[in-house]
Design a protein around this ligand. Structure first.
Ligand code: GLU
Length: 271
């Protein structure tokens, strides 16, 4: 598949999953970056007004809870993380709900654990609920249920979660917003000659080597988890884009068909 057809597949996408990470949503101190969230919500609301269906997969519960509780750093133990997530998830949803409602949109909180989507019957309920929420015109806002997730039932990172949600919801495109422009030939923070890879046709060892090491201190995932997530999505026929979330208005350009970030064209011909 050429980059042009991959890009136009994204531009044509009707059902879109957008994943936003902690480093995009918060400042270093864990407090919400309100200006960024306001822009993101406005753009997503407008994309929805234009006729697209939007599912937002959001991180930030632990980061925001850490800030809300006035903790010096993100807790490292399970109970601490789960407590911070319980606090932060409320604040996150409060903020999204308030802002989406100013544009007349209704939000829905969907908290998932891995066991739910691995069990056939429970998975079917998730699929049906997501589909009904979209039918009702709501914007599902998905996160991992961090407060109850333990190792055996956790996704571990929201990149993987976003790809699984895209597959469950039979999305037409997955967009992962992060704090870097896309996938580079090497970590651009340590390699001045690193170049952005505009289209990644195959997710192979060279690409994995390029992605290793790049990550942020505030979220859980890094480039490798994004690459693995992209692999899940493109195998299911869902074109995937990794792009910078610093200016959410770039989403307009992406959906206008401009080459933004790194595109992983869908692999199966099913779509
Ligand atoms: N679910 C976690 C949170 O909301 C984030 C996981 C991740 O950053 O990938 O804090």
């Amino acid at each position: 598949m050429s980059s042009e057809s991959g890009g136009s597949a994204v531009a044509r996408a009707n059902r879109v999953v957008v994943k936003v990470g902690t480093s995009t949503l918060t400042y270093e101190n864990g407090r919400l970056n309100l200006r960024r969230i306001e822009t993101l919500v406005r753009v997503l609301s407008d994309l929805k007004n234009s006729g697209r269906e939007i599912i937002l997969v959001t991180s930030g519960a632990i980061g925001v809870g850490t800030g809300q509780l006035g903790l010096k750093e993100r807790p490292r133990d399970t109970a601490g993380k789960q407590a911070a997530a319980a606090v932060g998830q409320c604040e996150l949803m409060y903020s999204y709900d308030k802002q989406f409602s100013t544009y007349g949109h209704v939000t829905a909180q969907v908290l998932l654990t891995r066991d739910v989507i691995e069990d056939g019957r429970r998975k079917e309920h998730v699929v049906n609920t997501l589909s009904r929420l979209l039918e009702y015109g709501a914007i599902p806002i998905v996160n991992e249920n961090d407060t109850v997730a333990v190792e055996e039932i956790e996704f571990g990172d929201n990149d993987t979660l976003s790809a699984l949600v895209a597959v469950l919801a039979e999305a037409d495109a997955l967009v992962m917003l992060t704090d870097i422009d896309g996938l580079y030939t090497a970590d651009p923070r340590s390699h001045a000659d690193a170049r952005l890879i505009p289209v990644a046709e195959a997710i192979d060892d060279t690409l994995r080597a390029a992605a290793s090491g790049a990550g942020s201190s505030r979220g859980t995932g890094g480039m490798i988890t994004k690459l693995n997530a992209a692999e899940i999505a493109v195998r299911a026929g869902i074109p995937t884009v990794i792009m910078n979330g610093a200016n959410p208005r770039r989403l307009y350009d992406l959906f206008d068909g401009e080459p933004i970030g790194t595109l992983f064209p869908a692999r199966s011909a099913a779509r």
